[in-house]
Design a protein around this ligand. Structure first.
Ligand code: PLP
Length: 374
């Protein structure tokens, strides 16, 4: 019998890597509901509810808040292709993998990327950004990653945005790993364009990218000299689809069931309370850290800018990185992440994201690690 045509039944895993993370059972249940038309009045109403839920999670009143029908990388592109035109200067902070992708986006929009680089494992140096803003008063935007998933570092989004505003510069923020896991306040911090993902601290399935745009960002889009080069991600067109209910026009077929899933995950977040969710990530990070130290392991990132939801664990000398991860996966059905780029072979990345951020997962992970390392 050809295996390709056999039903696929995955072995369940505990997902404690950099994402996707464990999906909440209620979200999986919501996903499996009957599919309805994407212009069905019931679905149109659900889109409004999802918008309200995202506004809650992002702490924003921005009317242009929605989920792009594609993963976080598409949300990233949506922000850049709409705001950046050929010749625009963008200050891009890089202290890990994802700042590098922002640079790629700027270049592909025909823009000029002014890079502020800091070592992987360290936060973006605010003074360097201040100097760059001073040297480049014509910079259109400052772009940075709030929670750098490749290293476990939290960049100071509030301070970076405040600085950008002093120079009348737009802000583009990657919140793929931060949303739902650490403090994030779009309106208070004056973030102009932000993208996230559903597969991390929202406990939802991968494949959607929440985004939000401020009025200043919308004005910038409206004043563009060139049409947005991407038809699918042109926010002017997408707005017609995610806009106010009655005016909704066909743009593309929304991933209907995934939107059910996102809605359910936002309901769960609201039930817990956003601030309580942030606190849970911090409290359980402390428990994980203590347990790791008990195993003789240490964390790469200093406590003051360490992400609770992404723990970079230094691999002890002489330990076979790949063997440990494969034994965890094969013997314990536990996924943790490898290091990326400059940190490949040097760290493991243990995620505590959303529904995966639970004491029983921490106990399970510590027990498994202890057995594999001894
Ligand atoms: N930005 C950050 C910080 C991420 O961690 C990721 C994915 O891990 C992305 C962007 C890209 O998101 P996706 O893989 O959903 O396209």
């Amino acid at each position: 019998m050809n295996q390709a045509f056999q039903p696929f039944t995955p072995q369940a895993r505990t997902l404690m890597g950099p994402g996707p993370s464990d999906v909440h059972p209620r979200v999986l249940k919501a996903l499996g509901q009957t599919t309805i038309g994407h212009l069905d009045p019931q679905f149109v109403q659900l889109m409004d509810h999802v918008k309200t839920g995202l506004q809650y999670a992002l702490k924003t009143q921005n009317p242009l808040t929605m989920a792009i029908s594609a993963p976080g990388s598409a949300g990233m592109e949506a922000c850049f292709v709409n705001l950046i035109e050929p010749g625009d200067k963008v200050i891009v902070c890089q202290n890990g993998v994802f700042g590098g992708r922002m640079r790629e986006n700027v270049l592909r929009c025909g823009g000029q990327a002014i890079m502020i680089e800091d070592p992987w494992g360290q936060p973006t140096d605010i003074q360097k950004v201040a100097d760059a803003l001073q040297q480049h008063p014509d910079a259109k935007a400052l772009a940075f990653v709030h929670a750098e998933t490749s290293t476990g570092v939290r960049n100071d989004a509030k301070a970076l945005c405040a600085l950008a505003k002093q120079f009348d510069c737009l802000t583009i923020v990657d919140a793929v790993t931060s949303l739902g896991g650490i403090e994030l306040a779009v309106d208070d911090w004056q973030i102009d364009a932000l993208y996230s993902g559903t597969q991390k601290c929202l406990s939802c399935v991968p494949g959607l990218s929440p985004v939000t745009f401020s009025q200043a960002a919308i004005d910038t889009i409206k004043q563009r000299k060139h049409p947005v080069q991407s038809w699918f991600l042109d926010m002017d067109l997408v707005m017609g689809y995610w806009g106010e209910g009655a005016k909704r026009a066909y743009h593309h077929t929304a991933p209907v069931n995934s939107i059910y899933a996102l809605h359910e995950s936002l309901c769960i977040l609201h039930e817990e309370g956003l601030e309580n969710a942030w606190q849970r990530h911090q409290t359980l990070h402390n428990a994980l850290k203590q347990g790791l130290e008990g195993l003789g392991l240490s964390l790469l990132v200093d406590e003051q800018y360490r992400l609770p939801q992404l723990n970079s664990v230094v691999i002890p000398d002489g330990v076979d990185d790949a063997l440990v991860r494969s034994r965890l996966l094969n013997e314990f059905n536990l996924e943790i992440g490898a290091g990326l780029g400059a940190l490949a072979g040097k760290i493991w990345r243990i995620g505590l994201m959303g529904y995966a951020c639970r004491q029983d997962n921490i106990d399970y992970c510590l027990d498994a690690l202890g057995k594999v390392l001894n």
